[in-house]
Design a protein around this ligand. Structure first.
Ligand code: F6P
Length: 550
């Protein structure tokens, strides 16, 4: 029994039924599942918005899917979903509502937190962002010396960096190419140095993005950016107002830093950092793509929100993807999940998903405060697919680990490519389709022999196949499609956290390292004695000081 009186997940009859079903299904190859059902290729598919989702190449039958949905019902996934959309404080360890869905709600929607409808505030901030973005884009917003802004440097980390940085790459073809937009996150001074070394400070706007405005990396980089700017301009504090804006929930700290709160774009504690890039945190992105494109992206998010909120379990795509992950993580011992986009523009997509998924579901304590005794979030990894094919796909094809993977591709290349480069798209997509086929169906020893391969190489050239993949295909990578994809993964992560009975919206696991870093720093700089420093760390600190000649 859980501390909250619920039956432990792995003692539920629905869990036991899945474990038994897994045994029964073991040894059944994907080749057999396809042979038994000629309609599987088009039957095991769903459409949400512009996303065509093929889940036929999964190690599942109708019975598997039915049992997984029963587990979702038994763990009340939809009950928790409804509580989230209603604005209930489902982030219990921080006593907060979880309302990233309100960030893309229609203006006439009513979503209350503590009795207040938050939607008008969301739209007021969006309008303020749009006004500012337009002024920067048109040149109406000028810097301290009167020059127009041509460079935007976003300074933030984690959720205050990964989302806008990823989306800026994804939507590059939609950006104003006359603007230089960069993202600085690492407290390694090299990051800020490289981002600013060739910029004219008089034309540079720093967007300081931090929900708490206390994150040491961001405040340190923001302070250095201010020094750089004032030094370059040979100006005093009065120059800051034209070159620094803040994105935050913490007006007091923003003012302490010296940024006029009139230049602050607000969001709220019911937006988690890793769920925040469609809030004010998206300002740099909005400046790059313009308010209209940003709103198209929000429309895409909303479309999938509505789908997740209303679609029945049988056709609910985030539910399906979440449950498939549970099937592999909990019943096939899969440790990781690969996300493999076949689009160069999605080069930062998986890095973004790493925070979304691993910071949300990397937990071993349940919502009831008890340790779980089942696997929770997977290691999420991957890079654009074609590059991966020439690096780590070998392990996916012939290694000893089961790695479920998502393949994401598009029918159309982006419009601005030359005809010659557009022609390469079919080759890209041929690889996309070939890989999931090879992973699922492999190549039998007999097929290898039939090619005349000498017997001693047959085993080496055999592909067992049976590797599960989801294929997500859309016509074109538009702002709306990006919003749809992100919302899809957000809700997938939600489904898994709900089943595992963990709080997907806190991140206590990142705190200890932050506290220790503060304690260790004086040991590096001053050789101070740090009480409680272990023997290994002590020796490493001494070595570091020696290497630095201290
Ligand atoms: O260290 C983790 C974290 O708290 C993330 O959850 C968050 O996105 C990031 O740090 C940055 O926090 P902030 O926006 O408050 O600077």
């Amino acid at each position: 029994m859980n501390a909250d009186g619920r039956t432990r997940l792995n003692q539920m009859p629905e869990w036991t039924a899945l474990a038994k079903h897994r045994e029964e299904l073991s040894g059944t190859h994907l080749r057999e599942l396809f042979a038994a059902d000629p309609g599987r290729g088009s039957g095991y598919t769903l459409q949400v918005g512009d996303l065509y989702v093929d889940y036929s190449k999964h190690l599942v039958t109708d019975e598997t899917l039915r049992l997984l949905r029963e587990l979702a019902a038994a763990t009340d996934v939809f009950g928790l979903r409804d509580a989230m959309f209603r604005g209930e404080k489902i982030n219990t360890t921080e006593d907060r509502a979880v309302l990233h869905t309100a960030l893309r709600a229609a203006p006439d929607a009513v979503i209350e937190v503590d009795g207040e409808n938050v939607v008008p505030r969301v739209h007021a901030v969006l309008d303020k962002m749009a006004g500012f973005a337009d002024r920067v884009r048109s040149g109406a917003w000028t810097g301290h010396t009167g020059k127009r802004i041509r460079n935007v440097v976003n300074v933030g980390i984690g959720g205050s960096d990964l989302g806008p940085a990823m989306a800026y790459e994804v939507l590059r073809a939609y950006t104003d190419r006359d603007l230089t937009v960069r993202f600085v996150s690492n407290v390694d001074g090299a990051d800020l140095h490289e981002a600013t070394r060739d910029l004219d400070a008089a034309e540079t706007l720093f967007v300081i993005a931090s929900k708490t405005f206390t994150t040491i990396e961001t405040i340190t980089n923001a302070t250095s950016a201010r020094e750089w700017l004032l030094g370059e301009l040979k100006a005093g504090q009065e120059a800051v107002a034209k070159h620094f804006v803040a994105l935050s929930t913490n007006a007091e700290k923003v003012a302490d830093f010296g940024i006029d709160t009139a230049n602050m774009f607000e969001f709220w504690d019911w937006v988690g950092g890793r769920y925040s890039y469609d809030s004010a945190i998206g300002l740099s992105l909005m400046i790059a793509v313009g308010p209209d494109r940003f709103r198209e992206m929000l429309d895409g998010f909303r479309l999938v929100d509505e789908h997740f909120r209303t679609a029945p379990a049988e056709s609910n795509v985030p539910l399906l993807l979440g449950l498939l992950g549970i099937w592999y993580g909990n019943f096939h011992d899969a440790q990781s999940h690969a996300v493999l986009p076949y689009s160069h523009y999605l080069s930062k997509f998986t890095a973004y998903l790493q925070q979304l998924d691993m910071e949300s579901n990397g937990k071993y304590v349940g919502r009831d405060g008890q340790e779980v005794d089942w696997q929770t979030g997977p290691v999420v990894w991957g890079t654009p697919g074609t590059n991966g094919q020439h690096a780590y796909y070998q392990l996916i094809h012939q290694g000893t680990k089961l790695i479920p993977a998502d393949f994401i591709g598009f029918a159309e290349p982006v419009a601005e490519l030359s005809d010659g480069l557009k022609a390469q798209h079919d080759l890209l997509m041929a690889n996309f389709f070939a890989q999931t086929q090879a992973l699922a169906f492999g190549k039998t020893p007999d097929e290898v022999r039939a090619e005349g391969v000498p017997e001693e190489l047959v085993a080496h050239k055999t592909f067992k196949g049976d590797h599960p993949t989801t294929t997500i295909l859309a016509r074109e990578l538009t702002p709306s499609v990006l919003g749809q994809l992100i919302a899809l993964y957000e809700h997938k992560v939600f489904v898994q956290g709900a089943v595992w009975n963990i709080d997907s919206f806190d991140q206590w696991g990142v705190e200890l390292g932050k506290v220790l870093a503060k304690r260790v720093e004086p040991a590096l700089t001053e050789g101070a004695d740090v009480p409680g420093l272990d023997a290994s760390s002590k020796a490493l600190v001494a070595k570091y000081r020696e290497l630095r000649g201290r």
